[in-house]
Design a protein around this ligand. Structure first.
Ligand SMILES: NC(=O)C1=CN([C@@H]2O[C@H](COP(=O)(O)OP(=O)(O)OC[C@H]3O[C@@H](n4cnc5c(N)ncnc54)[C@H](OP(=O)(O)O)[C@@H]3O)[C@@H](O)[C@H]2O)C=CC1
Ligand SMILES: N[C@@H](CC=O)C(=O)O
Length: 342
């Protein structure tokens, strides 16, 4: 019989992991199931698990810190590794929100494999595993009989994978094109308003949207990881971010932006992919104002998916922050519950 309370083991507890907590209470009304935290593993901060789903991990509301050790319920214990958390905790779902490694997808991909081996479902915002090892991970999840969901990997909580899976079910994707990296778009827009590149990067960091190393955004790797993830999920090909043709915005100057503006154009980083060939690119382009992508500003994103049934269908996401990424995690957990996996 389905458990009333569903435990979540959190790997990574940074901007996104923290933003997930305020959403958890909604689940009871949406599904009749209670979501609680049963473990948290970070690299250098919180590392704790409970042995009992009825004594979940509760953090101080203000600073999200743990209570003093002497006040811990008996069921709580410190953990030394992700593997130990998976073994100790009764959590049914692992929420993987550790940092992006666009070359190997590690260690996140290994954490996800360990979760599958422990019989746990996985939801993740981390592009690395989907961009580098998607087909292997999907096969491992299938073999273990658990769910593997990753809506936040592209465009945060906006429906991208579910658009094709659910709304456009029965359709085949032919190609896609869009603006998928918020940080570089924030920077290009701010520079057009006279802000320096360094200050613009700092503002993307301040809202928690830049990667841990912002050069991952500026050099196009985050966008290449998103293009690779879309190709891996929608095409028969297996690609990696390093296969995606990629431009950097690190060398863009105020003069480049002013030149484009003088010609009635806007500089944008445009991501595209072709399903038949499994090829993709992240290209710095001058777009005329007649192109709808020219009007995607700040952290906003847009993706046009061309399918064999509907032609182009476009999703716009306006001014997302980490709350929208966390919503993607929450959405994935709800889909596991509503799909009968939990
Ligand atoms: N922020 C956003 O808007 C979006 C983020 N994402 C993706 O979500 C993921 C999380 O992003 P965000 O929360 O912003 O990142 P943060 O940098 O804020 O947090 C990362 C967390 O991962 C932990 N961590 C790092 N390395 C390891 C490791 N080897 N093992 C276990 N934990 C580790 C960190 O621990 P410690 O603090 O101890 O170092 C920290 O708790 C990333 O993969 C990112 O690409 C996707 C869409 C949007
Ligand atoms: N660093 C990323 C965060 C979301 O994926 C971005 O800037 O788009």
């Amino acid at each position: 019989m389905a458990q009333t309370t569903v435990g979540l083991d959190l790997i990574g507890f940074g901007s996104v992991g923290k933003a997930l907590l305020p959403l958890l209470h909604r689940c009871v009304e949406a599904t009749g199931r209670k979501l609680v935290v049963t473990g948290i593993r970070t690299r250098s901060g919180l590392s704790v698990a409970t042995r009992d789903v009825e004594h979940p991990i509760e953090l101080s509301p203000g600073d999200l810190s743990l209570p003093e050790r002497s006040e811990w319920p008996e069921a709580w214990t410190t953990i030394e590794s992700v593997e130990e958390m998976l073994a100790v905790s009764p959590g049914a779902v692992v929420v993987e929100n550790s940092v992006l490694d666009f070359e190997t997808g590690e260690p996140a991909a290994s954490y996800i494999r360990a979760a599958f081996a422990a019989g746990k479902h996985v939801v993740t915002s981390n592009k690395g595993p989907v961009a580098t090892q998607y087909k292997e991970l999907a096969a491992a999840a299938k073999q273990a009989g658990v769910g593997f969901r990753f809506e936040s990997v592209v465009m945060d909580g906006a429906p991208v994978f579910s658009l094709v899976d659910e709304a456009l079910t029965g359709s085949k994707v032919v190609s896609f094109e869009g603006i998928l990296n918020s940080t570089s778009n924030i920077v290009l827009c701010a520079m057009a308003d006279g802000v320096s590149m360094a200050d613009a990067i700092a503002s993307a960091q301040a809202v928690g949207i830049a990667e841990a190393d912002p050069s991952t955004d500026m050099d196009g790797w985050d966008a290449a990881a998103k293009v690779a993830a879309l190709l891996n999920v929608w095409s028969p090909h297996s690609v990696r971010p390093t296969d995606i043709v990629r431009d950097s915005v690190a060398g863009v100057t105020a003069a480049d932006i002013a030149d484009a503006a003088a010609a009635g154009e806007v500089l944008k980083v445009v991501c595209s992919g072709d399903i038949a060939t499994g090829t993709g690119s992240v290209a710095l382009r001058r777009l005329p104002l007649s192109n709808p992508l020219a009007h995607v500003v700040g952290s906003s994103s847009a993706l046009t998916v061309v399918t064999d049934t509907m032609g182009p269908t476009t999703v716009f996401e306006t001014d997302p922050g980490v709350a929208q990424t966390a919503y993607g995690n929450y959405y994935d957990i709800l889909r596991l519950i509503k799909g009968g996996m939990l």
